[in-house]
Design a protein around this ligand. Structure first.
Ligand code: MN
Length: 287
């Protein structure tokens, strides 16, 4: 079978939203223009040097039925939950939280001279794992392997296997691959992605073309933009006079119905109502 290049399916401009107790961020999945990119439910990008944009944080709130992936580029986020976990995620660190049947937690960006920057991605759980036991995987920056490729391309592998190198986050239902990719100016990168997996690139520094093939004169896409990639075996990234940095994320679509209400994502409306009833009755977190 001929190897197929992934073409651009959509280019999404992130929407400014205010979330938590008043945190300003840019959302590119989980909006009216892109409600769901199966299995990805939400992508938020936070970046500010002004404490007023982030210091209110995300006080105690619940989650059920999803996994949340927090990747910090700059600054520090403290977290604490009702299961007794607590800690801090700093620059380059990742927290992969499987909410499963339920957790209550707080996520509080710390006021620091460097401000805060990073991402939160929500990955859906399949019906059979929605009520699984909650789990945290806290990954320090130093545990994340960095691949150095031809042309001084660098890829941090957070999860999945890239060029034979596996990321430290394991056991994730959607079998996702999550990379942080840097491509210098005047460079072409051809990066394989599993055929049939949903894939997107989130450009957060610089600009690049995500061209369908070598002959095609693709559009230069500047940060911040979400690029939804059509199906294929690889993506071709071409830079011009500027370097680019982007998240490259892919995962197996679940093809299941979703019922979503704020921090809960289930399969049916009944399951959402059940969740809200447990919250009212104080039986939501039972572990
Ligand atoms: Mn949360």
């Amino acid at each position: 079978m001929k190897s197929l290049s992934r073409k651009i399916e959509a280019i999404i401009e992130p929407e400014p939203v205010v979330e938590g107790a008043g945190v300003r961020l840019n959302r590119s999945i989980g909006t009216r223009s892109l409600d769901y990119l199966d299995p990805f439910l939400l992508l938020d990008h936070f970046a500010s040097s002004n404490p007023r944009d982030y210091q209110a944080g995300f006080p105690l709130h619940p989650h059920r039925g999803i996994e949340t992936v927090t990747y910090v580029l700059r600054g520090e986020v403290h977290h604490k939950d009702t299961l007794g976990n607590s800690g801090s995620i700093g620059a380059g660190d990742v927290q992969w939280m499987t909410a499963g049947r339920g957790i209550m937690h707080e996520e509080m960006p710390q006021v620091r001279p460097e401000g805060i920057a990073g991402f939160q991605l929500w990955v859906n759980l399949p019906a059979k794992l929605k009520m699984t036991k909650p789990r945290y995987q806290d990954i320090r920056s130093g545990e994340i392997p960095e691949i150095k490729k031809e042309g001084a391309v660098r890829i941090r592998v957070i999860t999945g296997t890239v060029d034979g190198v596996s990321g430290p986050v394991t056991g994730i239902a959607a079998n996702p691959t999550y990379m942080d990719v840097f491509v210098p100016a005047h460079t072409t990168l051809i990066q394989p992605i599993h055929r049939g997996h949903t894939a997107f690139a989130y450009v957060f520094e610089g600009e690049a073309k995500f061209a369908g093939d070598e002959k095609e004169d693709g559009t230069m896409i500047s940060h911040p933009r979400l690029v939804v990639l059509g199906d294929g075996d690889y993506v071709q990234v071409i830079t011009g006079k500027t370097a680019v940095r982007f998240l490259l994320v892919s995962g197996k679509p679940l093809h299941e119905p979703i019922a979503r209400y704020g921090p809960f994502v289930m399969n049916t409306q009944e399951e959402i109502e059940q969740t809200l009833q447990e919250l009212r009755q104080g039986t939501f977190v039972t572990t």
